[in-house]
Write a protein that binds this ligand. Structure first.
Ligand code: GDP
Length: 445
């Protein structure tokens, strides 16, 4: 996510290291390079201008801290300005005092809107809500079925037009869904609306009619982050035509440059509420401007990592793991297996690793740690006996062959795993250290 921008900014900061004092010329040169990095990331020009002006003013101004060296000061200022440009405080969903609350989703076709509806439903259900998904996208042939599949996966009811009655009118469906929600006591209604490939008058009118029919508490515009600042212009048009109360960034797992994320708040004046980071229902997070800024600056996103870990590991496992980490006890392959399974629950391993501080720099070396690799490792450990998992030293040559056979890999793979296990033990220890001290890196900035 935003790798090029992160690399560029880190390169700029590296040049400042070791400088005892920053001259005006240093500040100008740094500001010019940051400007270029932002423009290359496809950030909207007015946003870049404001950003750079503030950086220069603050770097030259009186913010001279004894505790920080010049490079750290610039990083601190850039971090804070990134947080501002991303929206400042985390903006939560605003729900109605009187249920049901209504969340209307809008966006261009392919932006990830329907997927997002499923993710939001799963997320809200996980928080104890009783959501209802509404299929008011009757334009795209598969949209209703797609939503039904997602609803089933999320364990959330889907309200859709009766099959056989023609395609139906999306405004009628939306209106009827609110009545249905009241009848069956659903407290949040999520309305998926139709998108087009481009903004057109008919689409705007339909969205406005649905809005009038359901009186939404939130109208969230889903933006494909891969499209960049063009997508932001669409959001602006939609804000003016229908009115939006917030934005969701989708496809942040791809190689988006950052333009949409960094421009949308300032251009539309509307906050980013959520981030969508993959095709699966769990690839979804609340958008925290400060954490995102830290990730862009390569400081990692330990807080999100911890939250995801908390969801993925059950209470027993957590207690066991903490006890082991704190007591400095040896990890066995059994623990390793538990953690693999839990880590896989946290989403694609590349996403998980990207949140760790410093991982940005070593991600190339970790490229072979893909999801298939994890699944293979899991299979190998599952082919071992409980005794072997606790004491892998007892695994001799013939057992290695049997294990390889049992898990469909080569003996070399088994050997490699056993060797790597020692390295993994070290990594888990490090991770434990990080989790115990989530604030420590922040102070260092
Ligand atoms: P809609 O037309 O706006 O409803 O878009 P869909 O929800 O159907 O999504 C379009 C495509 O993008 C589908 O293939 C989704 O699986 C995919 N998609 C949606 N969200 C994400 C995401 O966050 N990351 C990735 N990589 N793909 C996504």
């Amino acid at each position: 996510m935003f790798d090029t921008l992160s690399d560029r900014l880190n390169g700029i900061f590296t040049k400042l290291r070791g400088k005892g004092r920053l001259t005006d010329a240093d500040i100008d040169a740094t500001a010019r390079e940051i400007r270029l990095a932002l423009l290359e990331a496809d950030v909207a020009l007015p946003v870049v201008r404001g950003f750079i002006a503030r950086i220069k003013e603050r770097a030259r101004g009186s913010e001279v801290s004894q505790a920080l060296n010049p490079a750290q000061q610039v990083i601190k200022i850039v971090h804070e300005e990134l947080v501002n440009v991303l929206g400042g405080d985390t903006r939560r969903l605003q729900l109605a005092k009187q249920p049901p609350s209504v969340i209307m989703l809008a966006g261009l076709q392919g932006s990830g809107k329907t997927t997002l509806a499923g993710k939001l439903a799963r997320f809200l259900a996980g928080q104890g809500h009783q959501p209802l998904l509404v299929a008011a996208d009757l334009q795209r042939p598969n949209a209703v079925t797609q939503l039904q599949v997602l609803g089933e996966r999320a364990g959330v009811e889907v309200f859709a037009p009766e099959p056989g009655n023609g395609v139906g009118d999306p405004v009628d469906v939306a209106r009827a869904s609110i009545e249905h929600a009241k009848r069956v006591a659903r407290d949040i209604v999520i309305v998926d609306t139709a998108g087009r490939l481009g903004i057109d008058a008919e689409m705007m009118a339909q969205a406005a009619n649905i809005r009038d029919a359901v009186d939404p508490d939130e109208v969230l515009f889903v933006i494909d982050a891969m499209v960049g600042q063009d997508a932001v212009n669409t959001a602006e048009a939609f804000r003016d035509g229908v009115g939006i109360t917030g934005v969701v960034l989708s496809k942040l797992d791809g190689d988006a440059r950052g333009g949409a994320a960094l421009s949308v708040r300032e251009v539309t004046g509307q906050p980013i509420l959520f981030a969508s980071t993959g095709e699966k229902l769990e690839d979804f997070d609340i958008f925290h401007p400060d954490r995102m800024a830290s990730r862009i600056l390569g400081m990692g996103d330990v807080l999100t990592l911890i939250e995801q870990a908390e969801q993925a590991f059950d209470a027993d496992q957590k207690e066991k793991m903490t006890a082991k980490l704190m007591g400095g006890e040896q990890f066995t392959l059994e623990d390793f297996l538990d953690q693999m399974v839990a880590m896989r629950r946290m989403g694609p391993i590349a996403n998980v690793l990207a949140m760790m501080p410093g991982m940005g720099q070593v991600k190339d070396q970790l490229a072979d740690l893909d999801d298939k690799h994890f699944d293979r490792v899991t299979a190998i450990i599952r082919s071992m006996t409980p005794n072997e998992r606790v004491n892998p030293k007892i695994i001799n040559g013939s057992r290695r062959a049997r294990i390889a056979n049992g898990s469909g890999v080569t003996v070399m793979d088994v050997n490699q795993l056993l060797n790597r296990f020692v390295e993994a033990q070290k990594m888990m220890k490090q991770m434990g250290g990080m989790m115990g001290l989530p604030g420590s890196r922040r102070k260092a900035t």
